[in-house]
Design a protein around this ligand. Structure first.
Ligand SMILES: C[S@@+](CC[C@H](N)C(=O)[O-])C[C@H]1O[C@@H](n2cnc3c(N)ncnc32)[C@H](O)[C@@H]1O
Ligand SMILES: CC(C)=CCC/C(C)=C/CC/C(C)=C/C(=O)O
Length: 300
């Protein structure tokens, strides 16, 4: 995913979900009493979800807002769009990295992330990093990402097609690590627990988004499909036609009269919404000590 302007024009679902979740969860975030909050967003992409929906929630006197992304093109685009905002910057960060940059460790009161963690295969490393980004005195995170989506089933089918196989050999790398999980909420909660979060609330929402018209569906696929940038541009439309044929074969086309552009396509998906808090190091040690003492004494 590198094409920021394309993504910015075709991210209706992502924007819709971020707004909906923030309306519900913003009051749960533990804002500082002095109004000097620092917030880091993971996988900000072109930056518009962060700046349109998260930025307005920050107190006027916020200390710093940092948008991050693995793609330097996305970061460059966002820095250019939002350079007039004070105490705000975008920088490259792979949330699955082995070593976090020292200057980011323990600096943030809040970490947010929308529609990014399904791109990260090693969720354990990502959550350890998110925990380490938060201040030692404590902080919280709101993480929203796909557990499952029919797009992954379409990828699996296209990967078996001789025409596209060469471009899709590593297809598994682009499928959400929770796509086939029978208990995604429990699995993610366990990972949050192992990372050290003391309070955690994880829900998995079943949603359906309806794409109006073939062009809308194709544009949304183009904005996020990692395989297109590997193939010559003159093959893109043929790939997208095959994509739509697989969607039709999966019975996701809704019955409508009229012309092709007015066809509707349903996308039923599962969204993980996780809110977790890190306690201060001191309190964390006391809580861990208490839970290990309890298990030693055989108290459940
Ligand atoms: C679908 S976009 C979401 C952008 C934005 N958060 C939104 O809601 O519109 C996913 C973003 O995650 C980024 N991403 C993928 N893997 C990442 C990683 N390991 N670390 C940081 N960002 C990553 C991609 O480059 C992309 O910009
Ligand atoms: C009907 C059907 C298969 C629709 C696919 C819709 C689509 C473009 C999903 C993308 C999901 C995704 C990985 C989003 C993202 O990371 O932003």
């Amino acid at each position: 995913m590198n094409q920021a302007s394309l993504y910015q024009r075709a991210n209706q679902v992502q924007r819709h979900d971020a707004k909906l979740i923030l309306d519900e969860y913003s009051s749960r975030l533990q804002w500082r009493s002095d109004g000097q909050d620092s917030l880091l967003d993971v996988g900000s992409g072109s930056g518009n979800v962060l700046m349109d929906f998260v930025y307005p929630l920050l107190p006027k006197s916020y200390e710093q807002l940092v948008g991050t992304d693995i793609s330097s093109k996305m970061v460059g685009y966002a820095n250019n769009c939002y350079r007039r905002y004070e105490r705000t910057q975008f920088q490259v960060l792979d949330i699955g990295c082995d070593r976090l940059p020292e200057q980011l460790k323990g600096r943030f009161d809040h970490v947010t992330s929308f529609y990014c963690l399904h791109w990260v295969q090693n969720l354990r490393v990502a959550l350890n990093n998110i925990y380490d980004l938060l201040r030692n005195e404590g902080g919280d995170c709101l993480l929203v990402f796909l557990a499952s989506n029919p797009v992954y089933e379409v990828y699996k089918v296209l990967h078996t097609n001789a025409k596209w196989a060469a471009y899709m050999q590593d297809v598994e790398q682009f499928i959400s690590p929770l796509h086939t999980s029978s208990k995604p909420a429990e699995q993610f909660k366990q990972l949050l627990n192992e990372a050290g979060f003391h309070y955690k609330n994880v829900e998995v929402r079943s949603e359906v988004f309806v794409y109006e018209g073939v062009r809308t569906l194709k544009d949304n696929v183009k904005a996020i499909c990692p395989f297109l940038e590997r193939m010559p541009a003159d093959l893109h439309e043929e790939f997208l036609d095959d994509f739509v044929d697989v969607v039709v074969s999966m019975n996701l086309k809704q019955q409508t009269d009229g012309d092709q552009q007015q066809q509707r396509f349903a996308s039923p998906y599962k969204l993980v919404v996780a809110y977790a808090r890190k306690s201060s190091t001191l309190l964390g040690n006391v809580l861990s000590e208490m839970s290990s003492t309890k298990s030693l004494k055989g108290v459940s």
